[in-house]
Design a protein around this ligand. Structure first.
Ligand code: HEC
Ligand code: HEC
Ligand code: HEC
Ligand code: HEC
Length: 458
């Protein structure tokens, strides 16, 4: 919009608002009071992507909208990149891999099974006439059922707060966003939203997630001056840190963590701590490494602490007091697995409480350049001994990527400088690309190379 005459902005803006209003009136809007909440999922009616994607609404061919881009539909549908993943989420259930998973689990049709479509689609139980399962993870799966705000959110004077009060989910807030994404990108207690180890063992991919990076990968919005007038811009460091804190809290508080038959639910553990090869060769190189954060005996399955490792790094820098508490509680939690189940549940509850407190502290904090550099250093150098396993490594490289991007967006370093870090970052990504070919030595060398160059920047 920069460079446009003010008058032109004003006229096209009014024209756009008028058009948006027309299209909302044309859509079938069901203004009924929300039905009684089904356990867990959104109680509001979801009207479907068709009710958002009209050509004068969010379905423009170009990002020419005066306030928001208005081509969000095209971005969400992008066939050639990860950006369009959500529009394909249901369709992948028709592909051979999904059908094979279904066959192994004894599910006749994965494309209609609640065990799959609760994440590979919008799980809302209340649906308007334009709702279409084939749309996969549609707009309202993240923005909330639109019945009570669809008509009003296009008004010139509708504030973000008013839209939220009418039921739009405030995914601009890092904590709200984290919880929305984690439902599907980790798991929840709501019906159908958990990838049990049983589903993993049938062939489901490992579920990896980092809030800020994944937000950018599917992003269909601009955080420009106009956005900042309407909503606070949290910045990548905050989104990353809050995302890690709430990922830890989520993992520690799900019901299946608290109870799952006579075995614990294996989903919560580091896959490779069980899935290793063994040999009769006396000289065999044992692949398990002792980890300074985990006071456990060799041969013990490892709780998947990928986000906990990141949270420890963020806390050391931004909330040292809580950070010391977190480090002690993390060690006690790992150690608790040698004792009884009740002890583990108690240690998990204490750790979840501290993680929640950290999410709050990060949410209130303003991260400056010095703190961002300190966090990057904590991830690249301070934490290096903790990257014994694939899952921690995968989180570390995503964290480094996110923190470097945050330095670029806050103009602490320029794009060219960041590009010079790319080759070593790509080496680290390559060493952590495949869980079956995790190369810890190569990974550490690549991170150390990034760290060396970052040190020169300060
Ligand atoms: C808790 C949410 C959740 C549930 C339940 C779930 N999935 Fe997934 N699934 C995901 C996510 C998230 C991904 C993307 C993983 C990644 O790449 O990080 C995925 C990826 C996949 C993929 C790979 C898709 C691709 O593009 O290659 C297949 C196939 C799949 N799931 C099938 C299934 C089937 C079949 C079921 C039911 C038995 C199921 N999923 C249940 C969340 C879920
Ligand atoms: C995977 C979750 C997800 C899906 C699916 C999704 N969005 Fe978003 N959307 C977000 C997030 C996160 C933001 C950025 C935070 C914010 O401002 O709300 C955003 C931002 C936006 C914005 C910019 C808001 C502003 O104030 O500038 C618009 C408009 C939007 N989305 C529309 C849509 C439409 C239309 C669809 C469907 C075609 C859609 N979104 C699908 C998560 C999602
Ligand atoms: C209702 C469930 C659901 C919600 C909510 C959801 N996702 Fe997803 N997401 C999925 C599924 C399923 C896939 C895999 C689709 C595929 O591979 O075809 C996916 C894929 C992605 C991908 C592509 C990368 C990958 O691993 O395949 C990104 C990026 C992503 N999601 C980001 C987000 C973000 C950010 C949020 C929150 C703002 C979010 N998602 C919310 C279900 C969901
Ligand atoms: C506590 C130990 C443990 C953990 C942790 C664990 N698994 Fe398993 N896994 C098993 C056992 C036991 C089986 C069943 C083997 C059998 O059926 O003979 C299995 C089977 C599998 C299989 C089927 C392999 C085959 O060829 O039959 C896959 C795939 C799998 N797990 C993936 C995963 C993934 C992905 C993770 C991490 C999210 C994971 N596992 C975590 C113990 C574990």
């Amino acid at each position: 919009m920069t460079g446009w005459g003010l008058g032109l902005v004003a006229t096209s803006w009014h024209r756009a608002v008028a058009a948006v209003r027309l299209c909302v009136m044309a859509a079938v809007v069901m203004l009924v009071s929300p039905a009684a909440a089904a356990p867990g999922h959104d109680a509001a009616i979801h009207n479907g992507v068709a009710s958002c994607g009209g050509s004068t609404c969010h379905g423009r061919q170009e990002a020419t909208g005066p306030r928001v881009r208005q081509n969000e539909l095209l971005t969400w549908q992008n066939p050639s990149s990860l950006t369009g993943s959500h529009s394909r989420a249901w369709r992948v259930l028709g592909e051979p891999r999904a059908r094979a998973i279904g066959a192994r689990l004894g599910i006749a049709n994965v494309a209609t099974s609640a065990e799959c479509i609760s994440c590979h689609g919008d799980p809302a139980p209340h649906r308007g006439p334009q709702f279409n399962q084939a749309d996969g993870v549609g707009c309202e799966a993240c923005h909330g059922g639109s019945t009570n705000w669809l008509a009003s959110h296009t008004a010139v004077d509708a504030s973000h707060e008013q839209n939220v009060a009418r039921g739009l989910w405030a995914v601009d807030k890092p904590a709200v966003r984290a919880n929305v994404c984690l439902d599907c990108h980790f798991g929840s207690d709501k019906p159908g939203q958990f990838v049990t180890h049983r589903i993993m063992a049938a062939g489901h991919p490992r579920v990896a997630f980092e809030l800020d990076l994944f937000t950018s990968l599917q992003s269909h919005h601009d955080e420009d001056a106009d956005y900042a007038r309407r909503k606070p811009v949290p910045g990548g460091v905050k989104v990353w840190a809050v995302g890690q804190a709430l990922a830890v809290k989520r993992a520690l508080s799900l019901n299946s963590m608290r109870s799952a038959g006579s075995f614990p639910e294996f989903y919560f553990y580091d896959c490779r701590s069980c899935h290793r090869s063994f040999s009769d060769d006396p000289a065999v190189a044992i692949t398990a490494r002792t980890n300074p954060g985990r006071p456990i005996q060799p041969g013990t399955p490892v709780w998947n602490d990928e986000s906990l490792i990141m949270l420890n790094a963020a806390a050391r820098v931004a909330a040292p007091e809580l950070g010391r508490q977190l480090a002690a509680q993390s060690r006690a939690f790992h150690a608790s697995f040698a004792g009884d189940r009740a002890g583990t549940i108690k240690a998990a509850a204490a750790l979840a409480k501290t993680s929640d407190a950290l999410a709050g502290a990060f949410d209130r904090a303003r991260f400056d350049k010095a703190q961002t550099f300190a966090m990057l250093d904590a991830v690249l150098v301070g934490n290096a001994g903790s990257y014994t396993d694939y899952q921690g490594g995968a989180q570390a490289v995503m964290a480094a990527d996110t923190l470097i991007s945050a330095l670029v967006s806050s103009r602490a370093i320029d794009r060219g400088t960041a590009l010079a870090l790319r080759p070593d970052l790509d080496r680290a990504y390559a060493a952590a690309r495949d869980a079956n070919r995790w190369q810890p030595a190569e990974f550490r060398a690549a991170l150390a190379a990034v760290a060396g160059k970052v040190r020169d920047l300060k």
